[in-house]
Design a protein around this ligand. Structure first.
Ligand code: ZN
Length: 302
């Protein structure tokens, strides 16, 4: 299967990073991952700079990306203030998010899910006026740090509200890494039953080591879009314990071994991961930054 990956390291990864990363370094992160063949980026977020100071340079990062016409650039746009900023920088897609669980919505967006969805209506209208695609993202689609397992019906309801607003793609986020494969299968089935035409993107965190098995469940269900972060960085500042997105290196390695196509040069991606480790000055969780790809072992162990 041809798989499309979105690199979310510049947003999900860096929003929680203690070490401050400069505008130039963020641009270099995107450039290096793009050189390895990933074309889609969740590049930054237009949340309030007070809430997430690490991403307050959103405009400068987006404007500084070389050859950006070759990339598909997405950014989180949570409200009209963010939308007015995003409208100035020519993004391809605005990611409009809401949480499936009320407690996470209060912690993350300072309001309940219903009101968070209502706030998206003018944002999506502005996106349309700008000729930008609005996509939906549903945080805590599987589990909530405050409420436990999130019922699929809740997620379907949020997705349906988004679809009613004109959204055609929804990202299902396993914000705290609690999803298991059978739950992934059930949720995909539930969303498709209500919204057969919606495009589903899966976003897993590897908090408990289950991200690749969840990807496998997604693949088995025919989902061809996944999000990952270089090195396995990532986490949500408002979701305790939400560490590490699935690592882009590990995901590409896994997909290639399983016979899928990504258009990504794994060797260059791993090189980018090592550069990122040096930049952040810590060991990152990606397995492929420690172990050689399976294909390389077989080639050298003659
Ligand atoms: Zn995430």
């Amino acid at each position: 299967m041809q798989i499309t990956l979105t690199e979310v390291g510049p947003r999900d990864g860096l929003q929680n990073e203690r070490r401050s990363v400069s505008i130039e370094q963020k641009i270099e992160l995107i450039t290096r991952v793009a050189a390895a063949g990933i074309r889609r980026f969740e590049a930054t977020s237009f949340v309030s700079p007070r809430a997430v100071p690490a991403l307050s340079d959103a405009e400068d990062v987006l404007r500084g990306i070389p050859q950006r016409e070759k990339l598909i650039l997405e950014a989180l746009v949570p409200n009209m203030r963010g939308a007015e900023r995003a409208a100035q920088v020519g993004l391809d897609e605005w990611v409009c998010f809401a949480s499936a669980s009320e407690s996470h919505s209060q912690a993350n967006s300072n309001t309940n899910t219903d009101e968070a969805l209502n706030r998206l209506i003018p944002v999506i209208r502005l996106a349309e006026e700008q000729g930008v695609t609005a996509v939906g993202a549903i945080a805590t689609s599987f589990g909530c740090p405050f409420e436990g397992e999130v019922p699929a019906a809740r997620v379907v309801e949020v997705a349906r509200r988004m679809a009613d607003m004109g959204i055609k793609t929804v990202k299902l986020g396993d914000t705290i890494g609690t999803a298991a494969p059978s739950q992934v299968t059930r949720l995909i089935d539930a969303v498709r039953t209500t919204l057969p035409d919606i495009t589903i993107v899966l976003h897993f965190h590897n908090t408990r080591g289950m991200s690749l098995t969840n990807v496998q469940a997604g693949i088995a269900a025919g989902i061809d879009r996944y999000e990952s972060a270089l090195g396995g960085v990532g986490g949500c500042p408002f979701a305790p314990g939400a560490t590490g997105n699935v690592a882009s290196e590990d995901l590409v390695h896994f997909l290639h071994l399983e016979g899928h196509q990504t258009g990504v040069d794994l060797t260059r991606l791993i090189e980018a991961g090592h550069w990122f480790e040096t930049l952040l000055d810590r060991q990152l969780p990606a397995h492929l930054l420690r172990a050689k790809p399976v294909g390389e072992i077989y080639n050298t162990a003659k």
